[in-house]
Design a protein around this ligand. Structure first.
Ligand SMILES: Nc1ncnc2c1ncn2[C@@H]1O[C@H](COP(=O)(O)OP(=O)(O)O)[C@@H](O)[C@H]1O
Ligand SMILES: [Mg+2]
Length: 433
């Protein structure tokens, strides 16, 4: 587009220049012709037909207005023009369309030559130079303009094609990637331009999806496995009872089946809660005094071990009380199970967070296992009876609840046993967070 414009402007300049030169040349030609006529008039020697130096038409008129001599185009014709230079002027130029006896628009110069016998006139005419100066020139320029534009367009097209090729490669690979072969990655071009950055960021996204997808698959497999165990137990017990109905203690079997069903129910509830937390729905967060959540939960429990309370009043955190109660309950379940004789629960306000600690005096958790226990379905105490514990989802749920509140849940060093530390962002009725 720009190329075409530039070509057109250059072309116009060339045309104007050629036009000016042509006009100048014709002026010179006419002037020369008139000079020659001046000589003829002075010597009174006129050829019957004038041989012009170029293609100009010339007529020489005597003081009586009779044509004395003329070039072939206007020989035997009336004077081509009637105008004369007025006053002191010797020369007048006009454009006539056409001059008498000629064709087309022509520039006619009338030249007055004073002689003893009166005023002689010379008329000389040449075709007007058209605005485009020369049609061949115009065609040449137009063709050049078209050619240059076409070449530049092609060049741009090729360059764009070369630039877009890596994008096409990325698209093709993206089309091939489906949910089942999500481990594939798009090609990253060697150039570190925007496309390279795009490819890298697409691959980063694919990495994240890949990780999320494998986690989901592992979770589904683990969950199915966990559901299967109590189901198998229930089935075995019922089958055995039916096989030996008379040897069966039916109430005891009912108790066993009920216990397995309860475990199953708990597990399914935990799975549903995790699914809901995973969905990341916004929780109704209200500024709450943490002690007002911890205290009733401790009161409700009938613990076999001593529970020491160190609860600071009036520390507010923006939270969903129901979820925090659930988190606390998971920590207390574990602590009660692992404590030797006592549990300590504390609530205090930090500079910018509310800290809740649950510490027991049990065997503790080895430093290397401290992160692992927060993973779904992780159980360390395999030696213990499974029925005593849960499904290994308790801490995973607790940590996720902490995180949806914008807080953290970690295990920190303690003199004895395990110390769980929950930190929630502080927030009063007007406070942020
Ligand atoms: N207070 C604690 N002391 C020692 N080990 C603990 C404590 N709390 C949790 N654990 C370990 O972390 C594992 C995961 O805990 P959790 O997610 O609550 O699962 P579950 O209670 O169902 O086993 C437990 O199996 C246990 O081995
Ligand atoms: Mg637990």
């Amino acid at each position: 587009m720009l190329a075409a414009l530039v070509c057109a402007i250059v072309g116009m300049l060339v045309i104007v220049d050629v036009h000016n030169r042509e006009v100048h040349d014709r002026q010179a030609q006419i002037t020369e012709s008139i000079d020659r006529m001046q000589n003829h008039i002075k010597q009174r020697a006129f050829p019957s037909t004038l041989a012009p130096s170029g293609d100009e038409a010339v007529q020489v008129l005597n003081p009586q207005g009779q044509i004395v001599t003329a070039t072939r185009q206007v020989a035997g014709k009336p004077p081509m023009a009637a105008f004369k230079p007025v006053g002191d002027r010797l020369r007048t130029k006009r454009t006539l369309c056409p001059p008498a006896g000629l064709e087309g628009c022509m520039t006619v110069v009338a030249y007055k030559i004073s002689q003893p016998d009166g005023e002689w006139m010379v008329y000389a005419a040449l075709p007007v130079v058209p605005w485009y100066a020369d049609s061949t020139l115009v065609i040449f320029l137009a063709v050049m303009t078209l050619l240059i534009t076409a070449m530049m367009t092609m060049g741009v097209y090729r360059a764009v094609g070369r630039t877009l090729a890596p994008i096409e490669a990325i698209r093709a690979e993206m089309d091939e990637i489906t949910a089942t072969d999500i481990h594939r990655r798009v090609p990253v071009p060697t150039s570190q331009d925007e496309i390279g950055i795009l490819a890298t960021s697409v691959n980063t996204t694919l990495n994240r999806l890949d990780t999320a997808y494998s986690q989901l698959r592992r979770f589904t497999a683990d969950a199915s496995h966990e559901v299967r165990s109590p189901l198998t137990a229930i089935r075995a017990q019922v089958e055995e009872a039916l096989m030996y109905p008379n040897d069966t203690d039916w109430p005891q079997m009912g108790q066993a089946v009920l216990a397995a069903t309860e475990r199953l129910q708990e597990l399914v509830n935990d799975l549903l809660l995790l699914a809901r937390l995973d969905a990341g729905a916004a929780l109704p967060l209200v500024p709450t005094d943490l002690t007002s959540i911890v205290e009733p939960e401790l009161d409700r429990r009938t613990s076999a071990v001593t529970v020491i309370r160190d609860l600071q009043q009036g520390v507010l955190a923006r939270c969903d009380p129901e979820r925090i109660t659930r988190l606390l309950s998971n920590l207390l379940d574990n602590a009660e199970r692992h404590a030797t004789s006592q549990i300590k629960v504390s609530v205090r306000g930090d500079e910018d967070s509310v800290v809740v600690e649950v510490t027991d005096d049990g065997a503790g958790i080895h430093a290397e296992a401290r992160e692992m226990v927060f993973k779904r379905f992780t159980r360390l105490d395999t030696a213990r009876d499974r029925d005593a514990g849960g499904s290994g989802l308790g801490l995973a749920i607790a940590r996720q609840i902490a995180e949806v509140h914008g807080g953290t849940l970690t295990i920190e060093d303690s003199e004895q046993g395990t110390r769980f530390v929950l930190r929630l962002p502080r927030g009063g009725p007007t406070g942020a967070g």
